[in-house]
Design a protein around this ligand. Sequence first.
Ligand SMILES: Nc1ncnc2c1ncn2[C@@H]1O[C@H](COP(=O)(O)OP(=O)(O)OP(=O)(O)O)[C@@H](O)[C@H]1O
Ligand SMILES: [Mg+2]
Length: 306
Amino acid sequence: MEKVAILTRGLTKYYGRNRGVEDLDLRVERGEVFGFLGPNGAGKTTTIRLLLDLIRPTRGKAEVLGMDARVRGVEIRKRLGYLPGDLALYDNLTGEELLRYLAGLRGGADWGYVRYLAERLQCDLTLRIKSLSRGNKQKIGIVQAFMHRPELLIMDEPTNGLDPLMQHEFHRLVRETSEAGATFFISSHNLPEVERMCDRVGIIREGRLVAVDEVEALKRKALRRLEIHFASPVPPGDFAAIPGVKDLRVEDRTLTCSLTGSVDALIKAAARFEVLNVVSPEVGLEEIFMHYYREGSGGEGGGADA
Ligand SMILES: Nc1ncnc2c1ncn2[C@@H]1O[C@H](COP(=O)(O)OP(=O)(O)OP(=O)(O)O)[C@@H](O)[C@H]1O
Ligand SMILES: [Mg+2]
C-alpha cells in the first residue's frame, strides 16, 4: 500500500487571470490528520477540487493514493470520502433515502454504522432534507463522507454550520476514525479547531502554501491572547517579566496580554491573587500569519521564508 495519501507538485490553477492556487507542493502521509488552514479566498476549495479532478490544473500534478488525479479519478473516488464546501443534496428525499441512494451507488454500506454516525451527530434521518436547518444538512453531508469507511477523507470546512457541541463531536469522530487507520485532509479557517483535531497543518494564503508544520510546533509558536479578571487590583510588575508575554496591560482588576508558548508561568503568577475569570479571545488568522512571518519560522517542509 502506498505510503503517501496526497502528493502535489507545482499544482497551479488560474481562473482566467484570477489566481486560484500557485505552485502548491503538498505531501500528506497515510494515517495523518492534515489541516489545511487559510482565510477566505486563500485557495482551499480550489485545491480540494483539483484533488478530486472536479477542475483541471493550469499546470502541475496531483496524486491521490498513489494515483494521478487526472487519469484515475474514478478509482480514487471509490476509495475516498468527500464533503464539498458547497454541499448540495436532493431536497425532496429524507436523510435516510438520500444515504441509501448514495450507499447504493457505492455498492452498499453498513447500515448499522450509518445509524451510529447519525446518532453521534444527533442527525434525524427521517426528515426531508429541505426541512432541515443548515447545520443539520451539514451533518448528513458528514455522514455520507464517513459511511463507507473510506481510507481517505477530504473535507472542505466540515464544521461549517455546526454548533460548538457538534463541532466537538465531529473532532472526536475524526480522531477515532484516524486511530482506526483513516487519513484526513480537512480545510478550515479556524486555528483552535485545527489545533484540536490535526497532527499537521499547512497554511495557505493568497494561493500559496506559506508554512507546513506539526500542530505541536504551531502551538508553541502560536500567538494567544489572554484576559484575566481579578477580585482586586494587581501589581503589573509581577507579570511584565514573564517569558513570552507581550502587550501587557493591567488596568485596575483586569490584565490583558498577548502570549506565545506556554501559559504556565502566567497562570501561576495570576494564581497568587484571587482570579474571577480567565478568557482567551480568539486571534484572527491574519494576525497569526503576520506573527508567524515575524518569527521567521516555516517548520519542516514549507517555509514562510521560502
Ligand atoms: N470559479 C471561479 N472563477 C473565478 N475565480 C475563482 C473561482 N473559484 C475560485 N476563484 C478565486 O480563486 C481564489 C481561491 O478561491 P477558493 O474558493 O479556493 O478559496 P477558499 O480558500 O476555499 O476560500 P473560502 O474560505 O472563502 O471558502 C479566490 O480568489 C477566488 O475568487
Ligand atoms: Mg472554500
